[in-house]
Design a protein around this ligand. Structure first.
Ligand code: 4NP
Length: 148
């Protein structure tokens, strides 16, 4: 799961998908990263932590890191939150195989629409619930494909 800062959207996506796969006993390794180095080592944004907890997901212990080229080798799928994350990750791709691993996460619920998970960082509290609902729905769809 990749966003810009790795303190709002992608750690939440990581936490939501981990909860769902744990509950269903699906063995999968999930992690998240930011394309920027702005918040390396920090826990998720306080507003993300609070909103996630309200929705039953604990992301308080996660720590931000920066996306790195070796992530293309570590992961089968790299979900990005918006087209800017997509461009930043694709810039690091070494070949077609790397590029093919990168997907906009909301394309799982709205195929080929290239919709963004809106960045809640500079907005109000309600933005965090919008992000939660979008990622929760997307992760439900991801879980279905993991079960096949
Ligand atoms: P995220 O949100 O990419 O969802 O983690 C942001 C966090 C920090 C900044 C931008 C977006 N920032 O500019 O510091």
């Amino acid at each position: 799961m990749v966003c810009l800062g790795n303190i709002c959207r992608s750690p939440l996506a990581e936490g939501i998908l981990r909860d769902k796969t744990n509950k269903l006993g699906i063995p999968v390794f999930i992690d998240s990263a930011g394309t920027s180095n702005y918040h390396i080592g920090e826990h998720p944004d306080k507003r993300t932590v609070a909103n996630a907890l309200k929705n039953g997901v604990d992301v308080s212990k996660l720590k931000a890191r920066q996306f790195k080229v070796s992530d293309f080798d570590q992961f089968d799928t790299i979900f990005v939150m918006d087209s800017s994350n997509y461009a930043n990750v694709i810039e690091l791709a070494r070949n077609k195989k790397d590029i093919e691993k990168v997907e906009l996460i909301l394309n799982r619920i709205h195929p080929r629409s290239n919709m963004a998970v809106p960045d809640p960082y500079f907005g109000g509290e309600e933005g965090f619930q919008t992000v939660f609902d979008l990622l929760d729905t997307a992760c439900d769809t991801i879980v279905v494909t993991l079960q096949k």
